[in-house]
Design a protein around this ligand. Sequence first.
Ligand SMILES: Nc1ncnc2c1ncn2[C@@H]1O[C@H](COP(=O)(O)OP(=O)(O)O)[C@@H](O)[C@H]1O
Ligand SMILES: [Mg+2]
Length: 233
Amino acid sequence: MLVVENIHAYYGQSHVIQNVSLTVEQGELVCLLGRNGAGKSTTLKSIMGLVPAREGKILFQGRDITAMPTYDISAQGLCLVPEHRGIFRLLTVEENLRLAENKKSQWSLKDIYRIFPRLHERRRNSGANLSGGEQQMLAIGRAMMNSPKLLILDEPVEGLAPVIVEEIVAQLKLIRTSGVAVLLVEQNLEVCMQLADRHYIIEGGRIVYENENAVFMADTSVKDKYLSVGAAD
Ligand SMILES: Nc1ncnc2c1ncn2[C@@H]1O[C@H](COP(=O)(O)OP(=O)(O)O)[C@@H](O)[C@H]1O
Ligand SMILES: [Mg+2]
């Protein structure tokens, strides 16, 4: 469904993404792991055309999206929930959701409220009055309203309390069961191992590891090598 082939991306002269390749199949949940500064967010931004790849190719459902502007990429069905969730603080939860409404979406407001009961409870609250976890749920809910074929999440549980993390993991499982493909950037290994079909690890802008979840879970040395020092908690 998504094929990233040997892409290179830069900030000015700084060569941040070096020959990155990865794939996400229909219905798959794929994790991209790596330490701070490894190039995870930039990879996502390159896929979305925000930091365009200068070399290499990105295909989505067979179509070349490498050089497309971001709005065209979104229109293909790719949806990024960025690190800083982009909630409209002066709008209510429900207004935030309705803004993203897309007639084509298989997800109605009711579906979103079923998956995220807290958003239903808080539907008349303004974005500014939500906790971090609720903001994240709203950001994901809003992305779902927009009818994504591939949902791309950048560290959705970072900084959230364990009980909220569990709630969001359960919600992502539900979303995933519906057949939406997910590309997840996350540093919380526990979360990744609960959700992912496959993992990639990026280090210094290069993919250094790729494996199925079962193999990854059993492989402690790879975690020590690439993800240790605080990345696991
Ligand atoms: N806007 C930017 N301008 C210049 N360098 C940046 C910018 N954003 C990130 N970088 C650098 O690019 C590298 C990769 O960053 P990023 O993709 O954000 O890493 P990650 O998401 O894995 O923590 C880091 O060295 C970071 O300092
Ligand atoms: Mg990042």
